[in-house]
Design a protein. Structure first.
Length: 241
């Protein structure tokens, strides 16, 4: 038994590594090349300013496209996230994924409506944190749930795959700052999902998927400064009165 989800077989990028299709491999090579270029760029950068510093808080939203390169677009998964930087190179990250109900064809040609969600705490290490670029490595463990609903009553057995999930994640990515508090993020995570509530400990999905998103970054000191300025304005107003 297996499932289809944001990183699922066939309809996502998960089948890249098992299907030796040229177009899929070229896409992966292109992403890896972009990461290498960013590494070279940041290594040669002469900027003393780092992209992140201790106390930074990052809120972001990413998207994971569900792709079948032979048939085209088939859906998308939303990934909100929140990170806190304990140092320039280390952050504690929490992310969620949300797959709204949508029909996805399984590997055995069974059509089913799939809905899933999960929560993954992780640790992120920024191997490079320089100027406008950053390269990171990340790993985490989380939980979630997935639900299958067969479109044909004859395929109802697929619904046995529904249940709770134990999730493992590891990957790498790059960040690019394009405005004062805004940055783009491109990631290449590996995901492994195990159904832990159907009694079989069934692996539902595993593999690699692309994600891309935008982040808003600010520092806890900025919040303190804003509060201080607000108090000063109130004090000035009261003094005038």
């Amino acid at each position: 038994m297996y499932g289809v989800f944001c990183f699922f077989y066939d309809k996502a990028c998960f089948h890249f590594l098992s299907l030796k299709e040229k177009r899929k491999m070229k896409t992966i090579r292109l992403f890896i090349l972009l990461m290498i270029v960013s590494l070279v760029t940041t290594t040669n950068a002469q900027e003393s300013e780092t992209l992140y510093k201790a106390g930074d808080i990052k809120m972001g939203i990413s998207a994971v496209p569900l792709l079948d390169l032979s048939d085209g677009y088939s859906g998308i998964v939303a990934k909100p996230s929140l990170s806190f930087y304990v140092s320039e190179h280390f952050a504690v990250n929490t992310s969620a994924f949300i797959l709204l109900p949508q029909d996805i064809e399984q590997e055995n040609r069974i059509d089913a409506e799939v809905q899933a969600y999960g929560f993954i705490p992780s640790f992120r290490k920024h191997a490079i944190n320089s100027g406008k670029f950053s390269f990171y490595l990340e790993s985490g463990v989380g939980i979630g749930a997935i639900r299958y609903e067969a479109n044909d009553p004859a395929d109802a057995a697929i619904e046995d795959n529904s249940g709770g999930l134990l999730l493992f994640s590891a990957g790498a990515g790059i960040n690019y700052k394009f405005a004062k508090c805004l940055e783009l993020e491109f990631g290449l995570p590996y995901m492994y999902g195990l159904n832990i509530t159907n009694g079989d400990d069934t692996k539902l999905f595993s593999g690699v998927a692309f994600n891309f998103g935008i982040n808003f970054v600010f520092n806890t000191k900025d919040i303190k400064k804003m509060k201080q300025k607000h108090r000063e304005r109130l004090k000035e107003k009261w003094d005038k009165e």
